[in-house]
Design a protein. Structure first.
Length: 377
C-alpha cells in the first residue's frame, strides 16, 4: 500500500501489519499530544501583536482537529485523506504564523508552530512510504520557511524529513523481510504436511496390502488355506473389494461397528484353530479396520513363523479402553533381529494402530508371542 496505514490490513503479511498497527496508534497519540501542547503554548504565550479574537478560534479548531486525528488514527489507522488534511492544516498555520505567534518566537524551532511541524513530518513518514512522504514533508518545511523566513530552522526540518524517512524505510524493509521468511516457513510447513499425509496414506495402503492380500497368499503357500477351499473364494472376493476401495481413494464405513463380530469373522477365516474370548465392544469404523488388519497380520505371523496351529484372541474393554490380544505358544522370535524392510510387525501392526491414535506392543520369547493392541477414544 503506497499511502496510509490501515489497522485491518494483514493477510499473509503479519509483520508488516503489526508494524502498521504500532505506527498508526503511536502516530495518532503523539500527534494528539503535540496538538494539545501547541494549543496550550499558544494561549499561554499570547502577546502583541497577536490578536486573541484570531488566535482563540484557530486554537479551538486545532484542538478539535487534534482530537479527531487521534480518534481516527487509533480506530481506523492513518488514512490517506486524514494525513493530507493534516499537511494542509499545518502548512496553513506555518504561512500565517505572523498572526498567530508572538514576534520574538517567529522562526524559533521551539515555538508551538515549530513543534507542530516536527510532529507532522514524523506522522507523514509513519503513514506514507518514502516516495510521497518526503515531498509532503518538504511542503510543510517550505510553508514554515515562507511564513518565518528562518533558513536555519528549515535546515533542521529538512534533516528531520530525511532521518524519519530513512528510519521508516529500514523498519518497513525489516518487516517485509520478516514476512518473506514467514511466508517461506509457512509454504515449507504446508509442503511438509502434504508430504506427511502422502507418506501416511502410502504406509496405510502398504499396511492393508500386507495385512490382507499378501497375508492370505502367504497362508495359502504355508498350507493354511486349501487352494479349492470355499474360504479362499470368500477371502479373495473380500480382498478384491478392499483393493477396489483403495484404488478409489479409500472410503469409509458406518460410524461404529461391532468389533467382536468382526474379530470372530477374522478368526474364522484364518485357517488356524483360534480360541476367542470377546467382550462385545463397538468402535469407529476406521479403528475397527486398524484392529482387524493388525489381528490378521498377527495371525498370519503365527501361521508363517510360530510352527503351531492354535492361537488365542481376546477382546476386553475397561474404562473406555479397548484391548485386543493375540497369543500363541509357538517358538517365538527375537524382536531386535527383525529387518527394517519387513512390513509385518512395524507397519501392519504397530504403525497401523498408531494411524488411528492407538498403540501396539509385541512381546516374544521361547514361551510364545503376545501382540497387544490398545485404543481409547
Amino acid at each position: 500500500m503506497a499511502l496510509g496505514v490501515r489497522l485491518d490490513a494483514g493477510g499473509r503479511m503479519p509483520a508488516t501489519a503489526a508494524l502498521d498497527r504500532v505506527t498508526a496508534r503511536c502516530g495518532s497519540v503523539i500527534r494528539g499530544v503535540a496538538g494539545l501542547v501547541a494549543v496550550t503554548a499558544a494561549l499561554l504565550g499570547l502577546a502583541p501583536p497577536v490578536d486573541s479574537t484570531v488566535l482563540v478560534p484557530v486554537m479551538a479548531g486545532l484542538l478539535c482537529w487534534s482530537v479527531f486525528f487521534t480518534w481516527a488514527g487509533w480506530t481506523y489507522g492513518l488514512l490517506p485523506w486524514v494525513i493530507t488534511v493534516e499537511v494542509l492544516i499545518t502548512s496553513a498555520l506555518c504561512l500565517f504564523q505572523k498572526e498567530l505567534v508572538a514576534g520574538t518566537l517567529i522562526g524559533d524551532s521551539a515555538s508551538w508552530v515549530g513543534g507542530l511541524v516536527t510532529m507532522t513530518i514524523v506522522v507523514v513518514n509513519l503513514a506514507w512510504r518514502t516516495g510521497p512522504a518526503v515531498p509532503a514533508g518538504l511542503v510543510v518545511v517550505v510553508a514554515h520557511l515562507c511564513g518565518s523566513g528562518a533558513f536555519a530552522v528549515a535546515g533542521i526540518h529538512v534533516l528531520q524529513v530525511g532521518a524519519t524517512a530513512v528510519l521508516m524505510s529500514l523498519l518497513r524493509k525489516s518487516a517485509a523481510d520478516a514476512d518473506r521468511e514467514l511466508a517461506a516457513a509457512r509454504d515449507a510447513e504446508e509442503k511438509a504436511t502434504v508430504e506427511r499425509e502422502r507418506r501416511r496414506d502410502e504406509r496405510a495402503q502398504n499396511s492393508r496390502m500386507h495385512g490382507s492380500v499378501l497375508a492370505t497368499l502367504m497362508m495359502i503357500g504355508a498350507g493354511g488355506i486349501g487352494a479349492t477351499s470355499p474360504m479362499l473364494r470368500e477371502t479373495a472376493a473380500r480382498h478384491l473389494a478392499d483393493l477396489d476401495r483403495m484404488s478409489e481413494g479409500g472410503g469409509t464405513g458406518p460410524d461404529h461397528v461391532p468389533l467382536h463380530e468382526r474379530l470372530t469373522a477374522v478368526a474364522a477365516r484364518s485357517g488356524l484353530t483360534v480360541h476367542t474370548r470377546l467382550t462385545p465392544a463397538s468402535v469407529p469404523w476406521e479403528v475397527a479396520e486398524a484392529f482387524l488388519e493388525a489381528v490378521a497380520e498377527a495371525i498370519a505371523n503365527v501361521v508363517r513363523h510360530a510352527n503351531v496351529t492354535v492361537a488365542v484372541v481376546t477382546l476386553t474393554e475397561t474404562d473406555g479402553e479397548v484391548v485386543v490380544e493375540v497369543r500363541d505358544r509357538g517358538m517365538g522370535f527375537d524382536l531386535a533381529r527383525v529387518p527394517d524392510h519387513r512390513y509385518g510387525l512395524r507397519v501392519s501392526i504397530l504403525a497401523r494402530m498408531e494411524m488411528v491414535g492407538g498403540r501396539g506392543v509385541v512381546e516374544s520369547g521361547p514361551q510364545g508371542t503376545r501382540v497387544t493392541l490398545r485404543w481409547a477414544p
